[in-house]
Design a protein around this ligand. Sequence first.
Ligand code: HEM
Length: 162
Amino acid sequence: MYQGILAVHSLLRWLILLFLIINIANSLVEANTPYTQKDKSWNLRLLIVAHLNLLTGLYQYIFGGKGLNYFTDKVAYPNFGHDVMANAVNRFWAVEHITGMIIAIIIITLTRRISMNDNIEPGPKNKKLAIMYIVAFVIILACIPWPFRFDGVPWFRGFGLN
Ligand code: HEM
């Protein structure tokens, strides 16, 4: 089951990036026109996949070998500062990935509120949304364990592709 959830988590990354690009485009192209129902539904799709990855990620963080265990396994990591924080790979899994992604998901969640708020003028609203989507996009790009940074993490997991 863990491998299945990991494959879903890995795959959803591509959907999140795609939906972020669509939402960025929606808020930049025709920036002064009202935010339509179609735009709102793209915002909702992004919100759903981001929250799904939060759930699958939390599961992996708690039950897998790259998360809570860095804090609790005193045999493998007796000195947290030295064995986890001073090791770039361990620090990434223990702290950086979860923190960066949760911040990005909070930003995406806030865009939902703004996108639903009809009282903000189209221009400022689209500008605000574009900035938030772009910030979330950059954070997520920076916090993804890309195969060129991490051994054993494929571009696509599952479906016989790795
Ligand atoms: C936008 C949100 C997120 C994206 C795009 C994302 C992306 C990824 C990717 C691409 C991997 C590598 C998967 C593989 O090895 O094939 C990964 C692994 C992992 N992620 Fe995330 N992640 C996100 C959010 C989170 C969150 C919020 C958490 C924790 C609460 C989390 C915890 C983990 C853990 C523990 C692993 C390692 C799993 C393992 O190899 O056993 N992720 N993530």
